[in-house]
Design a protein around this ligand. Structure first.
Ligand SMILES: [Zn+2]
Length: 477
């Protein structure tokens, strides 16, 4: 009994010591005053929303005249940017601005945003509070498709650059603005930009694109406190078609197993064998940055993963969003079989979409799927159209990360910094060949309606977004 008691006491002591020595690593910077921005800034963004720069999966449907009209509007609205920076159009509509730095031997920085937006479903129009392409303001909010994703970044970057040019500022190292035109449809534009920059031998010091935001709602235990989620990696993307061919026949005499049965069993076997969970990479960094800021019991669990990891996994697995952060996910998305109610189909197929955790390769996913299904009658066909390996993980010790966190804290005082894993794909992945340090963050707070209804940003927040990019560029190291 005494021995058991001693073990328990020792365990408690270790847990407590680990918790109490789990100290904050949040960077400390003094807040600086927000810069004065042009009073027309919000009107510029409103006008920007009115260009229906919609991306469709079928690029033939894209209305190129709208993109060209947007380009003309940008040239009119930001005259100094268009006078002093070199502008190239790549893949017809993607924009690359080069702002020459004072020291050409330094590696440039690439700041990104995308021009295109996702379509608005006709059936959902009645549920919008305003015309999604009207650019109107109601109750302090600017509504419209693209306000948050991603025109706020594009316009506030140009607004900040125009102001810096008015002040005769020239950065130490060159800055590229890269504004893709088809991020929502695969990102061929930025792929071409990356290839062009690579052909010129350009290596970037760091890259900033969309993919993270400030949240006051999303982090359990920290509700109410602003947390800047800075994407230091992003998941990979893969779709695999499962196909079964078994001779069908008349539905009045079904065989014990049809193509449909084999396919459904395969999907069930796969779903029953999820990929292993992990707290590595960006999610591990997330815990290092936020763990010490959490309420005591959460802090204790994170500080003592050697004991509480299974419990933490359980908590994360409970929500779809949490689960996506800790493992490669499996989602059946398209099912196809059958043409008539009295005919047993000869062929049945399913598309399974995977989002790969950094560290898990496309090949490893194929192997997992084969082993889980373990049935030769199920063919695996890899859909290569959009297959992307997961990104590398950007170090929180990199100069880019440090500069970004400084600009965030100076501009949004009291905000906690959190590296994290971006679950969706961004155009920045195309830059992997020319940059080791890729960061994903937009200066918005708890954006609403992204890809959904009533997308909007707060009018009051917009000058802060401009101020953020202004500071980031002005303090560029
Ligand atoms: Zn976007």
């Amino acid at each position: 009994m005494l021995f058991l008691l001693a073990i328990v006491l020792l365990l408690v002591a270790v847990v407590l010591i680990k918790t109490l020595t789990f100290k904050s690593i949040q960077p400390k910077y003094a807040a600086t005053k927000n810069v004065e921005v042009s009073e027309n800034a919000i009107a510029h963004l409103q006008q920007g929303i009115r260009f229906k720069t919609v991306s469709f999966s079928d690029s033939a449907k894209t209305d190129s005249s709208v993109f060209l009209a947007l380009h003309r509007y940008l040239a009119q609205t930001y005259p100094l940017v268009h006078q002093k920076l070199a502008l190239e159009k790549v893949a017809h509509y993607s924009l690359v601005y080069t702002w020459k730095g004072k020291n050409p031997t330094l590696k440039p920085v690439i700041l990104m945003a995308h021009q295109d937006v996702v379509p608005v479903e006709k059936a959902s129009l009645l549920q919008w509070k305003t015309d999604p392409f009207g650019g109107s303001i109601q109750n302090g909010k600017l509504y419209g498709r693209g306000t948050a994703d991603d025109k706020i970044s594009l316009f506030s970057l140009l607004e900040a650059a125009e102001k810096l040019l008015q002040e005769n500022y020239q950065p130490k190292r060159s800055i590229y603005f890269v504004f893709g035109h088809d991020e929502e449809a695969g990102g061929k534009g930025v792929k071409a930009v990356a290839a062009l920059l690579k052909s010129r031998g350009i290596k970037a010091d760091w890259v900033l694109d969309e993919g993270g935001e400030i949240t006051k709602k999303e982090i359990p235990g920290l509700q109410g406190k602003p947390v800047a989620l800075i994407g230091t990696s992003e998941k990979g993307y893969l779709s695999i078609d499962l196909k079964v061919n078994i001779e069908g026949g008349h539905s009045s005499m079904p065989k014990p197993e049809t193509a449909v049965d084999v396919l459904i069993a395969a999907i069930q076997k796969l779903r029953a064998k999820p990929f292993p969970a992990s707290f590595g990479g960006s999610t591990g960094d997330f815990f290092k940055y936020l763990g010490p800021e959490m309420p005591f019991t959460t802090k204790m669990a994170i500080a003592n993963q050697w004991l509480f990891k299974p419990l933490l996994f359980k908590i994360y697995e409970k929500s779809a969003g949490g689960n996506a952060l800790i493992r490669t996910t499996i989602a059946p998305t398209i099912l196809q079989a059958g043409v008539k109610d009295n005919v047993i189909p000869t062929s049945a197929s399913a598309t399974i979409n995977f989002r790969l955790l950094p560290g898990t390769s496309i090949n490893a996913v194929s192997k997992h799927v084969k082993e889980a299904i373990n049935d030769n009658r199920v063919q695996l066909i890899k859909e290569n159209a959009f297959a992307e390996e997961a990104s590398a993980v950007t170090s929180t010790q990199s100069s880019g990360f440090k500069q970004l966190e400084k600009a965030v804290i100076e501009n949004y005082p009291g905000t906690l910094i959190a590296p994290y894993l971006t679950v969706g794909a961004t155009d920045s992945r195309q830059m992997a060949g020319i940059a080791n340090c890729i960061l994903r963050f937009s200066p918005v707070t708890d954006l609403e309606g992204m890809h959904g209804l009533n997308e909007n940003i707060s009018v009051k927040e917009y000058p802060k977004a401009i101020s953020f990019y202004y500071r980031l560029m002005k303090e560029l190291k």
